[in-house]
Ligand binder design. Structure first.
Ligand code: MLT
Length: 202
């Protein structure tokens, strides 16, 4: 997988796992990570599935309709990749906080749905329910921020509510932030996620 790693100067040992949206790359979320905590380590990954030349983290059949087999396979691949990079660079795999937008938020949610200690925290901007009908692991060690748009044409509010309910049902500590806008990432949302991050991890 293509990626970049930057060692931070922070003393809290946190590592941001950056996961871009469809058509993005490993550079996209660097300014957001810098705004939220400029001292965290950064592991930023480029999705290794291409859809008409656009990088993604797993295949989809149509917009919002996922190739579930591929999603499960790529989730496991990403989970192993993070562990491998933790060994290689010497960061703590138990202190990873994902920051994902759209397709990247969906695979971050899938990590949470599949693995108990994959993520200490997650900032999910415009995420969907990645898979239906799963029994989630115990997420009592994970804190999650969900940013959503009330007018998001890709993600009905009911789906975001379902995601929140599923994560809370598995004992995750979930904070949600709703704004009037659509699927785009907004400054307000990023600022709010920064406030949440400082309260939760600093
Ligand atoms: C997805 O495929 O993950 C969602 O449809 C969001 C997107 O990437 O457009």
């Amino acid at each position: 997988m293509k990626y970049l790693f930057r060692e931070g100067k922070g003393s809290n040992g946190l590592t941001f796992l950056l996961l871009h949206g469809t058509g993005g790359n490993e550079e996209d979320l660097l300014p957001i990570a810098a705004l939220i905590d400029s001292e965290a380590n950064i592991l930023s990954v480029r999705g290794n599935v291409l859809e008409n030349g656009m990088p993604r983290f797993f295949r989809r059949v149509a917009e919002g309709v996922f190739d579930e087999e591929d999603l499960i396979f790529r989730t496991k691949e990403l989970y192993s990749f993070v562990k491998e990079k933790a060994d290689e660079y010497g960061f703590d795999a138990q202190k990873v906080v994902a920051i994902g937008y759209s397709n990247g938020a969906n695979i971050a949610a899938s990590l949470l749905f599949h693995y108990e200690n994959a993520l200490k925290g997650a900032i999910l901007y415009h995420a969907m329910v990645p898979l239906k009908g799963l029994t989630l692991p115990d997420l009592s060690n994970s804190s999650i921020f969900i940013g959503a748009g009330k007018q998001d044409p890709l993600i009905p509010a009911a789906e975001t509510e379902e995601l929140i309910t599923l994560l809370q049902g598995s004992h995750a500590n979930v904070t949600s932030f709703w704004q009037e806008g659509g699927h785009q990432l907004t400054r307000d949302e990023v600022e709010e996620s920064k406030r949440w991050f400082i309260q939760t991890f600093k």
